[in-house]
Design a binder for this molecule. Sequence first.
Ligand code: IMP
Ligand code: MG
Length: 180
Amino acid sequence: MRGNARLTLLFSQETIATRVRELGGQISRDYMGHEILLVGVLKGAFVFLADLMRTLQVTAQVQFVRLASYGTGTTSGGHVHLTQDLEGSMVGRHVLVVEDILDSGLTLSVLLQQLRAREPASLKLCVLLNKRIRRRYEITPDYVGFDVPDDFVVGYGIDYAECYRQLPDIYALTIPAPRS
Ligand code: IMP
Ligand code: MG
């Protein structure tokens, strides 16, 4: 906890581990006989991706992309661009994008559009947390860890101002407004 920020537990590390194993099982069944290319979205998805990858029973390769969106505070802005791109060709590959949070859907709609243009054999989306209520862009994830309400969440790789990524559990963060 930093300053007077308050953390409320949403998902314990045990709950997360169980759900990640379930997702890994489902993905392994769906892709049986195929090789997957996991595309992790930095930085928030790196912990989830590392855990998920180790539950897979199909051959998986991994790459990372980095996206920047202009905006301030706890909401993302209107422009998104890739600051770290993929290596090599996507043509004919089974691509599974792995992301921490699907919020308005802006970030992923831009990324998926760019990846689709590279002609993968298939393109699916796996998100750890789905904030369905916040959706502004039409995106339906293929795999979802947990549905979450409109809280600001941290932990398990997910940050607020680059802090809290190291926490093994997932929390809702509340920062009380300063008294005037
Ligand atoms: P979107 O483009 O609005 O869907 O925003 C998605 C991105 O915003 C996620 O990949 C996160 O990086 C970030 N984000 C959205 N909600 C939260 C949150 O509750 N905590 C931390 N980051 C968040
Ligand atoms: Mg993110």
